[in-house]
Design a protein around this ligand. Sequence first.
Ligand code: SAH
Length: 420
Amino acid sequence: MNIDTIKIRPANFDDSEFVAKSVMAALGNDEVYAVPLKKEIKATIEKITSICQREDVLYSWKNTIIAEIDGKPIASLTAYDGTNYKEIKERTFSLFDEPLDFDVDLMQDETREGEYYIDSATVLPEYRNQGIGKKLLIASIEKGKELGIPHVTLLVNPHNPKAKRLYRSLGFREAGEVYVFGEYYQRMKLDTTEPMRIDILTVLPEMLEGFLNCSILARAQKKGLVEIHVHNLRDWTLDKHKRVDDYPYGGCAGMVMQCEPIDRCIESLQKEREYDEVIFTTPDGEQFDQPMANSFSMKKNIIILCGHFKGVDYRIREHLITKEVSIGDYVLTGGELAAAVMTDAIVRIIPGVIGDEQSALSDSFQDNLLAPPVYTRPANYKGWKVPEVLLSGHEKNIRNWELEQAIERTKRLRPDLLKN
Ligand code: SAH
C-alpha cells in the first residue's frame, strides 16, 4: 500500500455504519470487524449506526472524517467543538437504550468550550501501523485550526506509550487526567494559535540566510511551527550612507554600533506585538545552555540582537535589552553565529519540529545525562561489532543498557552534570 494514495475526506450520511463500527472499535471492540458478525454485535452496530446518522450527537457522521483507498473507507476520526458538550453528551447517551457497562454519571467531561476534541480515531485492523492514523490526526488538527478553536485535545490510555509518543510528535502535550468509561485517561492538548516568532537584528543578514533555509529549520518554518524574521539594521538608519556604527567616545580602538538604528527597529517591532525577551548576544552574557534553550522555546515572541565590531552602544543594553547571552568563553567577530546557535537549539525542541519527539527529549543534557552511544546497520562492519543487547529486541534490557551507558559516560566525561 502506498500511503500517498490515501484520500482524506469528510464523512457523509452513508458512512454512518462505518463511523458506528469505528466508534465501537475505538472503545476496544474489534469484534465489529469480524466476519461473520455475532448476532448481538450486529444489533448493537445497527443501533449505534442509527445514532451516528443523526446530526445532533457526538458521534454524528457530520463530525467525522474518513480515510479511503480506492474509494473504500479504511479509517475514520470523529472530532467536535467542545462548546455545548454536556448537552450533546446527555442526548447521545440517552439514545443508547441498553445499559452501558460504565456509570455515565461518574464520567468526567471529556472536553469543554475552547477545545476541538478528537473523540475517537480507528483504522481497520489490516491497515494499522502504517501512518494512516497520523494522517487523519494531522487533517483533524488542521480542521481545528480552520475553525479557529484555540486548542485541540484528546485522551490517551496512560498504558499506551506508543500512542502518546505519536501525539507528542504532533505537538500534543500532557494536560492532566480525566476519569471516563470507568478508567483514568491522560488528557493531551495542542495549541492551534500563532507559532513562536523569532526576530533577529543584524548588519549581516546574508550570514543567516543559508542556515535558516536548510534542513530542519527550513521545514519548521514551512510547517508553520516557527516564524523567523531577519532584519537588516542598515534599513533602520537615517544616515544616507546607511552607517550603523561610529567611533567610540574616549578614543579607544574599533567601532561601536549606534543606538538609533537598533532602537528604531526594536521600537517598530514592539509596536506590532509584545516580546517576551529582547536578547543581546555578547561574550559577557549569561552562558547559553539546554535549560535556557528549553525556556526560550516556551516563549511566544523573542528578539535576538547581534552585535558587531566592538559591540553596541551600552545605552541599548541598559534600556532595551532584557537578557544578555553568551554562547561560550571565546570572542566571535559578530553575534550572527551566536544567534544561529541559539535559534537552532530553541527551534528543534518546539513540539512537532523533530519527527520523533522522543529523539529530542533523549538528547544529551535533557535529563542532565549525556546521550548513550548509537549505532546503525550493518551490525558487523570490518569486525567492529554493535553491542549484542541492541540486537536482542528485548526492550527492557535495551533501555537499561542505554541508561547504564548514559550514566557511565556522564561520570567519565562530564561529572559536573551529576552534581546538580
Ligand atoms: N568587545 C566585545 C566583543 C565584541 S565581539 C567584548 O569584549 O565583550 C563582536 C560581537 O560578537 C559582540 O557584540 C557579540 O554580539 C558577538 N559575540 C562575540 N562573541 C560572542 C559570544 N561568545 N557569545 C555571544 N555573542 C558573541
